[in-house]
Design a protein around this ligand. Structure first.
Ligand SMILES: Nc1ncnc2c1ncn2[C@@H]1O[C@H](COP(=O)(O)OP(=O)(O)OP(=O)(O)O)[C@@H](O)[C@H]1O
Ligand SMILES: [Mg+2]
Length: 245
């Protein structure tokens, strides 16, 4: 299968800090790709540049065969790319269903009736495993439920590529299991997922391949088993004396 997302020599600096340095990355259609790297390596920056929230300084980004480098977030979203935020950005005064409905309308504003948006929102909530919370106010959700609503909103946009920034952070073991089940179900449904996750066990068990971001570049992309025991990765990611577990 071909690359759904392709980055060629993408560079992003904040002042003199070159966070992404001529970075190349290919994500294949239908895969779950893990992205790891130490704190501050630039994972969220990379997501922002892919999603269009930040403009890269150089480089080319291609989504499903079309260049999107100069498009903003909304246009990239309508072309099938949605992301979650490390800290959920929900409409807390709205219900869970309304939050997902707004995302459904945002992802497809022109060719969708309200009832279609509601149907898409319910489908997304079910896929994220929080369908039974549809009527609850977003403000009463637990951290784990908020994360799953973030995921549902990304799904509801109609995206085919989901960028998930630490959706498992702060989940209890039961929520973690549900989140893993939801991501596997999404992949089986045809979604492509690029995920940043510090919950290493979940990331390693879900990802087909894992890419490692360090010093502005992807230093390795391989199956989780090989990444976990590669000395370059343990050095970059956790320091010399510890393993990735
Ligand atoms: N808007 C910004 N302005 C200036 N510096 C920034 C900005 N955003 C991020 N940085 C810096 O860029 C570097 C990468 O940050 P980023 O948040 O992308 O890392 P990360 O890999 O997501 O880290 P974490 O694992 O802690 O979430 C950090 O040194 C950070 O301080
Ligand atoms: Mg981050």
């Amino acid at each position: 299968m071909g690359a759904l997302l392709q980055l060629k020599e993408v560079t992003k600096a904040f002042g003199s800090l070159r966070v992404l340095d001529a970075l190349d990355l290919d994500i294949d259609q239908g895969e779950i790709r893990g992205l790891i790297g130490p704190n501050g390596a630039g994972k969220t920056t990379l997501f922002n540049v892919i999603a269009g929230a930040l403009r890269g300084d150089q480089g080319v980004i291609t989504l499903d065969g079309s260049e999107v480098t100069r498009l903003g977030c909304a246009d990239r979203c309508r072309r099938g790319l949605a992301r979650t935020f490390q800290v959920p950005k929900l409409f807390v005064g709205m219900t869970v269903l309304e939050n997902a409905e707004v995302a459904a309308l945002f992802g497809n504003p022109e060719h969708q009736s309200r009832s279609e948006a509601v149907a898409r929102a319910r489908w997304a909530l079910d896929l994220a495993g929080i369908g039974e919370l549809a009527g609850a106010k977003a403000s009463v959700l637990t951290t784990g439920q908020r994360k799953m609503l973030e995921l549902a909103r990304a799904i509801a946009t109609g995206a085919k590529l989901l960028l998930l920034d630490e959706v498992m952070a702060g989940l209890n073991p039961t929520e973690l299991q549900h989140a893993c089940d939801s991501l596997r179900a999404l992949q089986a449904t045809g979604f492509t997922i690029l995920m940043v996750e510090h919950v290493m066990q979940a990331l390693m068990s879900l990802s087909h391949r894992v890419s490692v971001l360090f010093n502005g570049k992807i230093i390795m992309t391989d199956v989780p088993e090989r990444v976990a025991c590669d000395p370059r990765v343990t050095e970059a990611y956790l320091g010399k004396s510890r393993g990735v577990a």
